[in-house]
Write a new protein. Structure first.
Length: 283
């Protein structure tokens, strides 16, 4: 059992602490003497953390596709703990396959999980954060919220969508002392690639570049470069900076690819200056 104390201890609410960044963040925060309200779909996934931190880990069952459950779990967390310093949307997964290969259920489920689940967690927390006049919303996105690849259409839809939502909300709630941080990690050695990834029923017509994700998902072809523990540490550190960045890209490859795509996008828009002007009403 941990006996670590922290005079500046915080309380964090994190969805999806059974693996990946959620678990790494929970481990580091708990080891430093903080309190974590962590959600999972199955309690047996975090038996190790529960044994180590029975007093500072408040584990709750939550499926983020269940909106009524989100309202209940988030509201009860504030009722039990009072002020909560950070709300972290981490629960999510990857769905791979061409748009035509995906089933209706697969499309609905990834949007319910990655996009709508995150939106509802934030919306439920906002009245409490506004009342306490402080706190930070941390949205785990991906550099796939800025850069799109074939075979990832619905994953990108969920990440581009949640980034737009959080960017708008960040402006709405800044006057209340609420900060926002969108985390855009690159490839990391988590279960996202090597355990929880969902692959559609593939069609031979899309063999080639669209199915290149199969190479990425096979550990035999080399592991992702990102260290989940280091990434989790950078997220926690960034959340405590006086001037929190709105976007935090993690991984040198991810940053290079993001800058390249944004520069390409700027070039595309700048080339359209005259055609954009041509549609204005003549004064």
């Amino acid at each position: 059992m941990s006996t670590t104390t922290n005079e500046n201890a915080q309380t964090w609410f994190i969805t999806g602490i059974s693996s990946g960044f959620g678990k790494e963040m929970a481990k580091q925060l708990l080891a430093a003497g903080n309190t974590v309200i962590g959600t999972v779909r199955k309690m047996d996934a975090i038996e190790d953390l529960q044994a180590l931190y029975p007093d500072s880990l408040d584990a709750q069952i939550l499926d983020v596709t269940d909106v009524e459950a989100i309202h209940r779990v988030v509201n009860e967390a504030f009722d039990r703990h009072g002020d909560i310093d950070a709300i972290v949307n981490n629960a999510g997964y990857g769905l791979f396959g061409a748009a035509e290969e995906l089933s209706d259920d697969e499309v609905d489920h990834i949007l319910d999980t990655n996009l709508l689940g995150s939106i509802q967690v934030i919306r439920t927390a906002l009245p409490h954060l506004r009342k306490q006049g402080s706190g930070i919303i941390i949205q785990i996105s991906s550099y796939g919220g800025q850069v799109a690849y074939p075979g990832n259409s619905m994953y990108h839809a969920s990440k581009f969508g949640i980034e737009g939502f959080v960017e708008a909300v960040a402006q709405e709630v800044k006057p209340f002392g609420i900060r926002s941080l969108i985390v855009e990690p690159g490839g990391a050695r988590t279960e996202f690639r090597y355990g929880s990834a969902h692959v559609a029923k593939l069609m031979p017509e899309y063999d080639g570049p669209t199915h290149s994700f199969l190479t990425m998902l096979d550990p035999a072809n080399g592991l992702a470069p990102g260290d989940p523990a280091k990434m989790a540490a950078r997220i926690i550190e960034s959340s405590n900076k006086p001037e929190t960045p709105l976007h935090l890209v993690l991984g040198s490859q991810a940053l290079d690819n993001t800058i390249k795509r944004l520069e390409e996008r700027l070039g595309e828009y700048r080339s359209e200056t005259e055609i954009a002007k041509s549609t204005d009403i003549d004064e």
